[in-house]
Design a protein around this ligand. Structure first.
Ligand code: ARG
Length: 262
């Protein structure tokens, strides 16, 4: 019941038309017109708007979990915890049933040397992939610069993209999805995560009431502010819960190390 009521609040007035209230029986049942979606609480995104966006795939280009962002024709940024010998695919809208795009093998994966497992460890969940062949025809995304501290203040709307889970314990999305969530300050995020958070190299984003978030298999994917890549999906407690924001690798905090790999 508590869950039902929380959802009611989240969906707001726009969804009232889709709700049936059985007050007589004391049961409130909700038929949402819009419920949690892959990349929780978001919408389908068009890969043509983010041509630099890709994902770990098999050699046929099928999504196998984790997003990647092309930052030069031969380099992509992702999360260190995503790294495995594999291929990546760019320019494909439907990760499970789609075709087309460009699939390339990963020649080399650099994980930040200070990285260890997200959610405990040390933060630094950053990786740079070197691609076996240059990916042409997909304009790379601009990586945040040292002077871009103004992209991180609390409340800044940040957009995250991925083919990951629809909800905690859900399944992957066929279509690329996106959701926009406000940045949360280190001080406020530390109230949600009393352990495991590494504010020096991590930035949080989400709504206090939950409902919008990245989720499993969105990892490594981009957090975008002002058209620039400012973070990579790293971890969170469940997905989209109240006071449990998404935690992202904060690219600006390790820029020298990362740029040295590009
Ligand atoms: N660790 C997850 C992955 O490997 C990402 C989890 C993100 N969680 C969140 N609540 N934003 O895909």
């Amino acid at each position: 019941m508590a869950k039902t009521l929380r959802r009611l609040g989240l969906l707001g007035a726009a969804a009232v038309a889709g709700m049936a209230l059985f007050a007589g029986t004391g049961v409130i049942s909700v038929t949402p017109t819009a419920g949690p979606k892959p990349i929780v609480g978001g919408e389908v995104a068009d890969i043509k708007q983010t041509p630099w966006l890709g994902y770990y795939s098999d050699t046929n280009g099928k999504f196998t979990g984790c997003g990647v962002s092309l930052v030069t024709p031969t380099k992509a940024i992702t999360a260190a915890h995503c790294v495995r010998a594999s291929s990546v695919t760019f320019g494909r809208q439907k990760g499970l049933t789609g075709s087309g795009g460009t699939t390339v093998k990963i020649a080399k994966s650099w994980k930040h040397p200070k990285y260890s497992a997200p959610g405990s460890g040390t933060g630094y969940d950053f990786a740079v992939l070197t691609l076996e062949t240059p990916v042409t025809g997909y304009a790379p995304v601009t990586v945040v610069e040292k002077s871009d501290t103004g992209l991180y203040p609390e409340g800044t709307p940040a957009t995250v993209y991925g083919w990951g889970h629809q909800k905690s314990g859900g399944t992957n999305s066929d279509d690329l999805r996106k959701v926009t969530v406000p940045i949360i300050s280190d001080a406020n995020c530390a109230k949600s995560y009393t352990s495991g958070l590494h504010p020096a190299t991590e930035v949080c984003a989400g709504l206090a009431e939950g409902g919008k978030d990245s989720c499993q298999n969105d990892s490594g994917g981009p957090l975008i502010v002002g058209g620039k890549l400012i973070g990579v999906v790293s971890w969170g407690k469940g997905c989209a819960g109240a006071n449990a924001p998404g935690v992202y690798g904060e690219l600006i905090s390790a820029l020298d190390d990362i740029k040295a790999q590009l």
